[in-house]
Design a protein around this ligand. Structure first.
Ligand code: NAP
Length: 180
């Protein structure tokens, strides 16, 4: 964590998250002190697999976290069952990692033409539809798609504009990807 301050060249970190719940209690104790002294503004914990949901859920109940970071996508919907509702109940912000299921979801939709209803959502690509599916969930604060391609960054930023899908439209996205 000290190395992160050095690499970011900052005295104050907006958000420091404990990676993959590793040695969580130890690190959260340190972070509580740093938050009290103003060194970090928010603290959180991350994971990226469904197998970790029970441990994450226990941590969310045991600790006062400002943020959680977890995987969620049209292809990995497990967090919608308990993790996202619990985050809402506990007032925790949610960062979604793997919003494209690590890229796997593109192998399913790549050859599909863009549905006619994409225009209703202001989407010009499947990536935008998939991101809007994630960020439209009421518990989700933001998504952090990964890419090494500048054109994909521009494409993904398109999901920040225009309408978000409602529950019925989110269900339609799930069905379209399931049928692909
Ligand atoms: N425990 C943790 O804290 C944890 C665990 C996992 C991930 N993360 C974080 O979550 C973020 C995302 O994870 P991720 O990169 O594994 O998964 P991801 O965002 O679900 O998928 C990334 C894949 O999608 C492709 N992609 C991105 N935008 C695209 C577009 N517009 N069109 C077509 N393909 C596109 C990328 O290929 P291109 O490079 O070709 O665009 C890459 O193969 C990262 O910042 C990562 O560090 C955190």
């Amino acid at each position: 964590m000290e190395a992160s301050f050095a690499k970011m060249r900052t005295q104050v970190m907006d958000l420091m998250q404990v990676h993959n719940l590793i040695d969580l209690d130890t690190h959260l104790a340190t972070l509580a002190d740093w938050k009290a002294s103003g060194r970090v503004r928010y603290v959180g914990a991350t994971h990226y697999t469904e197998s970790a949901y029970p441990a994450l859920e226990a941590a969310m109940r045991r600790h006062t976290l400002d943020f959680i970071q977890i995987n969620a996508s049209v292809a990995e919907r497990g967090a919608e069952q308990r993790i996202l509702p619990l985050a809402q109940e506990r007032g925790m912000a949610v960062i979604v990692n793997r919003p494209f299921a690590g890229g796997d979801v593109f192998s399913r939709v790549r050859r599909l033409p863009l549905p006619g209803w994409a225009a209703e959502l202001g989407c010009t690509s499947w990536a935008q539809i998939l991101l809007k599916y994630v960020i439209a969930h009421p518990a989700v604060t933001c998504a952090i798609p990964g890419t090494r391609n500048p054109r994909h960054i521009v494409d993904n930023l398109g999901a920040a504009r225009g309408p978000l899908p409602d529950a019925a439209q989110r269900a339609r996205i799930v069905e379209a990807v399931r049928a692909a």
